[in-house]
Design a protein around this ligand. Structure first.
Ligand SMILES: Nc1ncnc2c1ncn2[C@@H]1O[C@H](COP(=O)(O)OP(=O)(O)O)[C@@H](O)[C@H]1O
Ligand SMILES: [Mg+2]
Length: 251
């Protein structure tokens, strides 16, 4: 399996705060990796280092074989990034925004237009393409953010809490979209929703206080819960690994 994202011994310090403490990850084509952890665990910081928006204090990240620190521009051609929250230019129409990003990515003329059309179709934005951002629902804003991350058809997608703030229907749609996109790409999505892991992820990595405390399939995560526990099994394992105040289940 082709490795599309790799990090080795990634660290980030903000003054006295050691936010990321030696994160090693390998994500392959076809994987949707759920990056889990409580608030403040270091998910966003890690993702920003992988995308090249934040320089690691120590360690290295590669995207599709490109060293992000040494060649950030080339690395950015290999990945799409959906930052936390939504991109926001309140007065811009959806299609204008996508055209603007496509231009920034270096596309011009017919190529630019076909990239924008393709992204609009891929995430179902046709109905709202002429609406301005400020008039869109959260779900459509998020989808516009996803469309922007797909314009250059990158093999790697990094999404920071892509379903945060969406209603259950919108969550369902965005998760379906991510599952589809993940089939022939490598996707890293951060979340603190355990249901998201079962719904879309092929693999879960849990980070706590900057350190990876679990890396495995959702089934392997489930297997760490006590045998007799009927509901919220992943929540139980998550709490056990990130607070340490629950008894471990039988092996
Ligand atoms: N720019 C920054 N300056 C100082 N501290 C930061 C900065 N960004 C993040 N942090 C701190 O780093 C830790 C990890 O934050 P973050 O990566 O945003 O966590 P998560 O995304 O898992 O909620 C937190 O303690 C946060 O306060
Ligand atoms: Mg975050």
């Amino acid at each position: 399996m082709q490795v599309l994202v790799e990090t080795r011994a990634l660290h980030k310090r903000f003054g006295d705060i050691h936010a990321v403490r030696g994160v090693d990850l390998k994500v392959h084509r076809g994987e949707v990796l759920g990056f889990l952890g409580p608030n403040g665990a270091g998910k966003t910081t890690t993702m920003r280092m992988v995308t090249g928006f934040l320089e690691p204090t120590q360690g290295t990240a590669w995207v599709d074989g490109v060293n992000v620190a040494l060649d950030p521009l080339r690395a950015k051609t290999r990945m799409g990034y959906l930052p936390e929250g939504a991109p926001c230019y309140p007065d811009m129409r959806v299609e204008e925004f996508l055209g603007f990003i496509a231009r920034a990515r270096g596309y011009r003329g017919p190529e630019l237009r076909s990239r924008v059309e393709h992204a609009i179709t891929a995430v179902n934005l046709t109905l709202v393409r002429r609406q301005t951002f400020e008039t869109l629902s959260k779900g459509y804003r998020r989808r516009t953010g996803i469309a922007q991350s797909l314009l250059h058809d990158p093999p790697v997608l990094i999404m920071d809490e892509p379903t945060d703030g969406l209603d259950p229907n919108q969550k369902f749609e965005v998760r379906q979209l991510i599952r589809r996109l993940g089939k022939d790409r490598a996707v890293i999505l951060s979340t603190h929703l355990l249901e998201e892991v079962e719904a879309v992820c092929t693999r879960a990595v849990i980070i706590n206080r900057g350190t990876v405390v679990f890396d495995g399939t959702p089934a392997e995560m489930d297997a760490k819960a006590p045998a007799g526990l009927k509901a919220n099994r992943l929540d139980h394992v998550f709490r056990q690994l990130t607070t340490g105040d629950l008894p471990a289940g039988p092996a």
